[in-house]
Ligand binder design. Structure first.
Ligand code: C5P
Length: 227
């Protein structure tokens, strides 16, 4: 299991200051929509210049027609990111085209599919997909697996279920982690590290418990040790 630290701070300078504090740790760094739209490729380059051993997960959740998604995937390779994600609801043709396009590269990034956004409750989800979250998450995961993707973004509580319907090696990346029982903030279904381990999560995403702490480096050290 790997730790993925969410760089969700309000400015580039604050994100970079956090990255500098994490130097030396074997962790992934998650760059999301806000930071990427604001700071772009120079942010990614600066992270790699602080330490080339940091791995970058570009969390842009792409969703478009197949050719546009495949073009975007190829551009993502050009950015030098190690992992990115697409929406499973873009469908099997689009996901397969993304993987097909990446197959010409020697070390392509890991590609994950977003299943159900954790901001949905059952009613809101049903209004969009006409299905329950649990059954749709399994179907989305199977679509992603059959399209050749490497894994999915899901809640801890769906990780094992997804693996049992796809393959043990199919990766699960789980946000909503409160490593040592910290405040859940706006997350609905949180879990600690022990639970994430029990549910065979491959990547845990942690944001606020790290960057809001007085000692981010200390917390990361504790998480890495516990993992
Ligand atoms: O601060 P916290 O640990 O809750 O941050 C979780 C991170 O994971 C945020 O960047 C959030 O946008 C992201 N995320 C999530 N739920 C998803 C997908 C991504 O919380 N389903």
């Amino acid at each position: 299991m790997k730790l993925c630290v969410a760089l969700d701070l309000p400015t580039k300078e604050e994100n970079i200051s956090l990255v500098k504090q994490l130097k030396g740790f074997d962790v992934w760094l998650k760059v999301g929509l806000r930071s990427y739209i604001r700071d772009g490729k120079p942010l990614l380059d600066e992270i790699k210049s602080i330490s080339s051993s940091f791995r970058i997960f570009l969390d842009l959740k792409i969703h478009d027609i197949p050719n546009t998604m495949a073009d975007a995937a190829e551009s993502m390779v050009g950015l030098g990111v190690d992992m990115f994600n697409v929406h499973a609801s873009s469908g099997k043709i689009a996901m397969s085209e993304v993987m097909q396009r990446l197959s010409k590269f020697e070390n392509p990034p890991i590609v994950l599919a977003v299943t159900a956004l954790t901001s949905f409750d059952e009613e809101g989800f049903f209004g969009v997909y006409n299905e329950t979250i649990a059954s749709k998450v399994i179907r989305f995961s199977q679509d992603a697996y059959e399209s050749g993707l490497n894994g999915v973004v899901c809640s801890v509580y769906e990780s094992r279920l997804i693996k049992s319907h796809t393959c043990e090696r199919f990766l699960t990346l789980t946000p909503g982690i409160r490593p040592f029982g910290e405040a859940s903030d706006d997350q609905q279904r949180v879990a600690d590290i022990a639970k994430a381990k029990e549910e065979a999560s491959d990547f845990i995403v942690v944001g606020r418990p790290i960057y809001r702490s007085n000692d981010p480096r200390g917390i990361v050290q504790k998480i890495v040790q516990t993992i």
